[in-house]
Design a protein around this ligand. Structure first.
Ligand code: ZN
Ligand code: FE
Length: 263
């Protein structure tokens, strides 16, 4: 029996639109892309790094995540992975909870997590060997996706599933929303020193034009209000502000999400 060592892989953030990150994973020869909402910036990076596209992975059906698929398929014939419970043009492999995705060219394996809430079919891709999570618009750095299709209970359960991953897991979310999210987090929990420190650090990154993503599950658990809806000081603040009538975990989460929607 031979041991297969993981290849040395790089994850590149490809900015698109106002604040999207399209994620490109490569080994210097082959590349997989997660959520290519636009083909042009992906094609430009592939050309400049002389990479061949070998796989496309999609988290959910929104156009800023899938809009580049058709054009990429005109340049490369590759498998397109996507959620089983959503209809997305170009998807060749429909995935549900517990499925594996193998990208042989990169010796890369993902397991699939169903994380409904932002959309009903939303999935996330976990690369356990590398400790990478590609979670689309579910868990954001300092926040979470809007509930376009799912319920607060669904989103809360999806975030709990992600929060249960190892603390060192790198969280590759799909948008640079971090500073706005942390401003809200500070309104929710001004007494959290880890949050105050993070806000300063992320502000410094943005001032230098750097991405704040990826973050880690450990950092999110320490600072993201949507993973902290049962912290007593947060629950007390929601009640004191008249935002929470019925004191259940789902109601607290829903109250936070509703507050953020108008913040
Ligand atoms: Zn979305
Ligand atoms: Fe999005």
């Amino acid at each position: 029996m031979s041991t297969v060592f993981p290849k040395s892989l790089l994850v590149v953030a490809v900015p698109a639109f106002n604040d999207n990150y399209l994620w490109l994973i490569h080994d210097g020869h082959s590349a997989a892309v997660v959520d290519p909402g636009d083909a042009a910036p992906i094609l430009a990076v592939l050309a400049s790094l002389q990479l061949k596209l070998v796989a496309i992975l999609l988290t959910h059906h929104h156009n800023d995540h899938v809009g580049g698929v058709t054009q990429l398929l005109q340049h490369f014939t590759v498998p397109v992975y996507g959620p089983k419970n959503e209809i997305i043009t170009g998807v060749s492999h429909q995935l549900s909870e517990g499925d594996s995705v193998i990208v042989p060219e990169l010796a890369l394996q993902f397991s699939v997590l169903e994380v409904p809430g932002h959309t009903l079919g939303h999935i996330a891709y976990l690369a356990p060997q590398q400790g990478w999570l590609f979670c689309g618009d579910t868990l954001f750095a300092g926040g979470c996706g809007r509930l376009f299709e799912g319920t607060p209970a669904q989103m809360r359960a999806s975030l709990a599933k992600l929060a249960a991953l190892p603390d060192a897991t790198q969280v590759y979310c799909a948008h640079e929303y971090t500073l706005a999210n942390l401003r809200f987090a500070l309104a929710v929990e001004p007494e959290n020193p880890a949050l105050a420190l993070r806000f300063k650090q992320e502000q410094a990154k943005r001032a230098q034009g750097l991405a704040t993503v990826p973050s880690t599950i450990g950092l999110e658990k320490a600072t993201n209000p949507f993973l902290r809806d049962q912290i007593p000081v947060i629950v007390q603040r929601l009640i004191a502000d008249g935002r929470l009538q019925e004191n259940t975990p789902t109601a607290a989460f829903a109250a936070l999400r509703a507050w953020k929607n108008t913040f």
